[in-house]
Write a protein of this length. Sequence first.
Length: 332
Amino acid sequence: MPLFAPLRMPFKRRLQTLAVLTWISAIAVSLTLFFFLCTYKYLWPLVIAYLSWVLMIDKAPERGGRRIQWLRNRRLWRHFAEYYPMTLIKEGDLDPSKNYIFGYHPHGIISMGAFCTFATEGLNFSKRFPGIKPRLMTLQTNFNIPFYRDYILAHGCASVSRQSCEYNLRSGPGNSIVIVVGGAQESLASKPGTLDLTLKKRLGFIKLALVNGASLVPTLAFGENDLYEIFSNTRTSKTYRFQQLVKNTFGFTFPMFNGRGIFQYDYGLLPRRKPVYIVVGKPIHVEKVEGSPTSEQLHELQKQYIDAVLAIWERYKDKYAAGRTQELRIIE
């Protein structure tokens, strides 16, 4: 029998659950609203005009989004952060006259910590790092979803394409990007108590840093993988092969996972209430190179970055990952 939530629950906790539900259901609500509007023939001209604008005219996903600060500042996102709760640990100041590439690890199932930290002010990022304007980069496919695209654009999200990343890094001092480096592949390894990172073959963000002279900021989230339970998924299973096919075809995949529900704690799409500690490490200064970086330059900087990630793990693992079942591993 599932364990149900008590009827008498503090109102603040209800608000926290509502905040997380708002984000989790954003795609479903957006699509439902869009198809509902499509049922009215007299709205078809507006629907067609909107789709034409999205598909052929609007370049916001490649131009830093349409950041609306009051949306990022909504009290809703404070409740979102308090749900787990999430905590931001700052290891050093960032010079607002420079540009940065934040590498966020791990991906987890839905990268809750990345969204809360960089796409909202739930953890007071702008106050903690004045002058730094982060853009959370995500797959272009997210900007093909009607209405949802506008929702994430308003929070400063943008396409993770190379052109988009370079546009943001060259848009003036302080403009920075956030890349969830492990991507869809890493989400398949999001098991509670573990921290398996897909990092060895990830050189794209390293090249971006060298070409644009952007400093790298390793960011490690302790507890991100504990928010959901992932079903056993060996590399030889049919499920894993199917997920790999989806990833290779569409650029994203659907891990088999379980969380909790709104009124019960045993199954559902909501994340579990587990603490998440997001450690924003000290920046790694990067000198801009002219032309294309050499393989030696790429791998040398990648080694510095990986060493910095491992150092963060060693500094905080006994405090924020005391219940781990294994040490951090870089698996791919």
